[in-house]
Design a protein around this ligand. Sequence first.
Ligand code: 5GP
Length: 306
Amino acid sequence: MAENRPTPPDVDRVAASRAAVAARRARAAVKAQVASGERTALEVLASAVRDPSGVEGRLRVTELLTSIPAIGVTKMQRIMTTLGISPSKRLGALGKHQRDRLRDFLSTKPTSKRSDRESSLVVLAGPTAVGKGTVAGYIREHFPDVRLSVSATTRAPRPGEIEGVSYFFVDDAEFDRMIEAGELLEWATVHNAYRYGTPRRPVDEAIASGESVLLEIDLQGARAVRRAMPEARLVFLLPPSWEELVRRLTGRGTEKPAEQARRLETAKLELAAQGEFDFRIINHDVAEAAREVVDLMEIRKAPSLS
Ligand code: 5GP
């Protein structure tokens, strides 16, 4: 027989979900501060130690590490293993030895990532399944100097996706709020299904601190960015052929046939828009395409092999 648990009254649940959203936003702000060089990761750790149940104390170690510009997901996972800290651990809940090891590690990181280098905003768009996400992922791993904008989306996370790294996963109410509050540089409903949007603040902050930013978004988003920021460079990623695009779309296997058909329809329309873009790159090979995108961002630094 089912257990007869009391359900919290609606009003409690609403208040709890509001509080959860506010807490998530506060943690996102801390991450943005670390990413922009406004605060160092060491300072954030110090705040967490002072107040383990505060915003910094509730931040996961994984989130703090991936806010540091030179650290991608793979590198972060390696660091966590080396430090002997489990991925779910929050800063405020670290044991003394874990804290000391993390502090030692963070002490070796630069205090700020600010630079006076020319900044640039590059938008990577292209048809569905052309491999934009894969190219963007490759850039995240191999070119730590490139800031990749993290979008908000109303769709549910796929296996392996990480909150705050892959996307900020939000519900419809929160997405509405972000639009209302003017927090999104652009947003669109993609494939007639879910909404996706680019948080404005990290992009503004990155540009203000001389960083180059890469947005991997859909075509409608690219057009909106062009209107909002005409200086942005728009890059269109092309498949080697239409047949190859169909193969990639159907081969991914994450969508149902009806969804695949809908995405193919969208892809046809999207391909027709390539003339609107400043640059076109053919995705024969992920590493090559990634390098071409990065070259457009005028980042001279060699890729990190670590
Ligand atoms: P997926 O659900 O496969 O992660 O992404 C679906 C589509 O949404 C992709 O074409 C991706 O480029 C697009 N997308 C992701 N983030 C954003 C965003 O912030 N704005 C817009 N307009 N499109 C986005």
